[in-house]
Unconditional design. Structure first.
Length: 472
């Protein structure tokens, strides 16, 4: 097996990755999920300074880097009775990283299929070694503070929701932690179920504010009572107002007001909320004198507020006030390397006897890794809750997972899936666009309607170097 250096690249801008321009990209190997120890979390290993990875059995999950002459090695030990002392090898070649089974007793598996020879890895491939699943990523941003090896055993997140192995997510959370300590309004954006309320509460915990977190579901407020519930009312302001009520905004005084689904807030209430943000005061319904409030605003939505503002469906001035700092939460399918971290957290919080002693069958573990999770962490939590209740022997199997988690599986590599339609046509399209944009990958991504990282995955697969299309 020939081991040769591979080319590196850098992030051009932060439009798609959330990382700083010029951030280098490097390959990673993630330990994602221990099916026999699902509370064990996972680990992250950068491969840019490695020529050979050996994976074998150990009493605990440990990793060590060493040199044998010019050969730079990473040795990973994983606990598991079905793992051989030297089970599998990953070697760097001119084409990329290659996986080979080291004549193990129980075999190594790639995307559910047994490995029979040296196999070139593709981005997002899933490797199974005994009861442990690993995932290969071909090129992820590697900023200095997030490029180092990391094991969740040593990971002590500052607040719930901040635990991650993903370099991109980690870099974004580092920035959010700094923002949390300042009196800046935060807007959390992302798909449904990505954990926006968890992060909102984490921002409050890191802020040091003495008051409570008060959460408001803006889409669940009836129009007739909306202003009363938000701004409070005085006794006798309307029929049924038997006493003064402070409302949710004043209840958050000295704390944090979390406005969930802010995109659903009616226009009639947006003007009044804007006044709160500008003046830091509330006029209760039926009242004549404003009441000062000291609060931090964190808002969240899955809706495209910028487009809504252009269409007049959301006040532009309110959006500007809410957008002190914007944080985009990645969907679970884009941070599946964190699956083991999230599964462990969910099992610890389940209100089911012996939930922390549960195990997963390897078939169930592979299903969890390959499911696209359209409803994100919320869907995963529901799936595990149901499965934990159904199992009778302490092992979650395929039969215990909800039907949605068994069907409509996403392939391990979306890039390969799209290639299979007409790979040559895809390659020609890439080359034409690289020529058109003089090798600027960000512009190619925009033309194709894809993330920039997706374009890099395709270029790696086809052996395309964008530098060849750039002007001198």
């Amino acid at each position: 097996m020939t081991i040769e250096p591979t080319a590196s690249t850098t992030v051009e801008d932060d439009a798609h990755t959330g990382c700083h321009p010029g951030t280098p990209l490097q390959p990673y190997l993630f330990v994602v999920l221990h099916c026999d120890q699902p509370l064990a979390g996972g680990a992250r290993h950068g491969l840019s300074g490695v020529d050979l990875v050996t994976i074998g059995r150990g009493a605990a999950r440990v990793a060590a880097r060493k040199r044998d002459g010019e050969l730079r090695q990473l040795e990973i030990r994983l606990p598991g009775g079905t793992i051989s002392s030297t089970h599998a090898l990953l070697a760097r070649s001119a084409e990329g990283w290659v996986l080979e089974d080291a004549q193990s007793k129980n075999g190594s598996f790639l995307n559910g299929e047994r490995v029979t020879g040296a196999t070139l890895l593709c981005d997002r491939d899933v490797i199974q070694i005994g009861p442990v699943f690993l995932r290969y990523r071909a090129a992820l941003p590697a900023a200095p503070e997030t490029a180092a090896d990391l094991d969740t055993v040593a990971l002590a997140p500052r607040a719930p929701g901040f635990a991650t192995l993903s370099p991109q997510v980690a870099e974004q959370l580092v920035a959010l932690e700094r923002i949390a300590r300042q009196p800046v309004t935060v807007l959390l954006l992302g798909e449904t179920g990505t954990g926006k309320e968890v992060l909102a509460r984490a921002v409050h915990a890191l802020s040091g504010r003495a008051g409570p977190v008060v959460a408001v579901n803006c889409g669940g407020l009836p129009d007739s009572l909306l202003e009363s519930q938000l701004f409070g009312h005085v006794k006798g302001a309307f029929t049924g107002a038997a006493r003064d009520e402070p409302g949710t905004i004043r209840s958050a005084n000295r704390g944090t007001l979390f406005l969930d689904e802010i995109g659903d807030l009616p226009l009639s209430a947006q003007a009044a909320l804007l006044r709160v943000l500008q003046e830091r005061e509330v006029v209760p319904v039926g009242g004549t004198r404003p009441v000062n409030v000291d609060l931090r605003i964190v808002a969240a939505t899955h809706k495209p507020l910028d487009h809504m503002a252009l269409r007049g469906e959301f006040r532009g001035d309110l959006l500007a006030r809410l957008s002190g700092y914007r944080h985009l939460l990645a969907p679970l399918r884009e941070r599946i390397e964190d699956l083991g971290v999230i599964v462990g957290d969910i099992l610890r919080r389940l209100d089911i006897p012996a939930a922390t002693d549960l195990k997963l069958s390897t078939a169930a573990g592979l299903k969890l890794l390959r499911h696209p999770w359209p409803l994100n962490i919320r869907e995963l939590q529901q799936a595990l809750s149901v499965a934990a209740a159904l199992t009778t022997d302490g092992v979650i199997g395929e039969a215990h997972l909800p039907e949605a988690a068994l069907g409509a599986l996403a392939p391990c590599s979306p890039a390969l899936h799209e290639e299979r339609g007409d790979p040559e046509a895809l390659r020609r399209n890439l080359v034409e666009l690289l020529e058109k944009h003089q090798g600027k990958v960000t512009h190619v991504a925009r033309d194709m309607g894809k993330a920039r990282m997706q374009i890099h995955r395709w270029m790696q697969r086809f052996g395309i170097d964008p530098n060849e299309y750039r002007g001198g």
